[in-house]
Design a protein around this ligand. Structure first.
Ligand code: ADP
Ligand code: MG
Length: 238
């Protein structure tokens, strides 16, 4: 297991600086939600943790390892996006098993892990189907299952539920919480939805314009907002 240390991280695209010196410690096994208005830098920060974007200043450590120069596949991280691509011609089982097979895991271990993930996500009855035969919510669960079977130390979610309707969002949220509790996985979860942040997070990081406005428990964010921006964004009473 591993925490994440973000130390004075900066990011510029050309001459535009979009992340300004962010410091953030995610504890081992903690579920941190990054929240903030569209364009504030949530995805960019997440992509830097994943290694899909380089940092232009500062450093990121996962566990004891500074990962600035490590490619994504060397970071022991799984990332789930809103637009997840499943293999349309493979069964749900094979979609979930694919990464482990590529890694050369033994068949019995693959079977155990796929079934365990399917049980957590309640898709055990869908393992023989193809993605085209599933609902949007079911496909999103398969995408999560594909990541879970790899047992990554760190899970990154970028607005994974924004394509789902309200009821499904609630259901998948529960699965994510279960996953967190069952494996003690460190999770960074991005959303622009305040309710999602309040219900999921151990701690919430509120971003605004590429800066960290507040990093605190949901209780403190709501009851002791650090600024008027946090109060109005999170819907705290005036
Ligand atoms: P969020 O996920 O909070 O909506 P993003 O991290 O996607 O915000 O974007 C933060 C800022 O960085 C935005 O102004 C966006 O236009 C800019 N940005 C993101 N990715 C790129 C890129 N590849 N090239 C140039 N600008 C980018
Ligand atoms: Mg985004």
């Amino acid at each position: 297991m591993a925490g994440i240390a973000i130390r004075h991280v900066e990011k510029s695209f050309g001459r535009a600086q979009v992340i300004h010196g962010i410091d953030l410690e995610v504890r081992d096994g903690e579920l941190v939600v990054l929240v903030g208005p569209s364009g504030c830098g949530k995805s960019t920060l997440l992509r830097m943790i994943a290694g899909l974007e380089g940092v232009t200043g500062g450093e990121i450590a996962i566990g004891d390892t500074v990962v600035n120069d490590l490619p994504p596949r060397a970071r022991d991280i799984a990332m789930v996006f809103q637009d997840y691509a499943l293999y349309p011609h493979k069964s749900v089982y094979d979609n979930m098993a694919f990464g482990l097979r590529m890694r050369g895991s033994p068949k019995a271990e693959i079977d155990t892990r796929v079934n365990e993930a399917a049980e957590i996500l309640q898709i055990g009855h869908l393992l023989d189907r193809r993605p085209g035969q599933l609902s949007g919510g079911q496909r999103q669960r398969v995408a999560m299952g594909r990541a879970i079977v790899r047992r990554p130390k760190v899970f990154l979610f970028d607005e994974p539920l924004s394509n789902l309707d309200a009821q499904l969002r609630g259901e998948v949220r529960v699965e994510i919480k279960k996953l967190h509790q069952r494996f003690g996985t460190t999770i960074v979860y991005v959303t622009h939805d305040q309710v999602e942040a309040m219900t999921l997070a151990d701690r919430i990081a509120v971003l605004r314009g590429g800066r960290l406005e507040q990093f605190a428990t949901p209780y403190d964010i709501y009851n002791r907002p650090a600024s008027r921006f946090v109060a109005s964004f999170m819907g705290s009473p005036p």
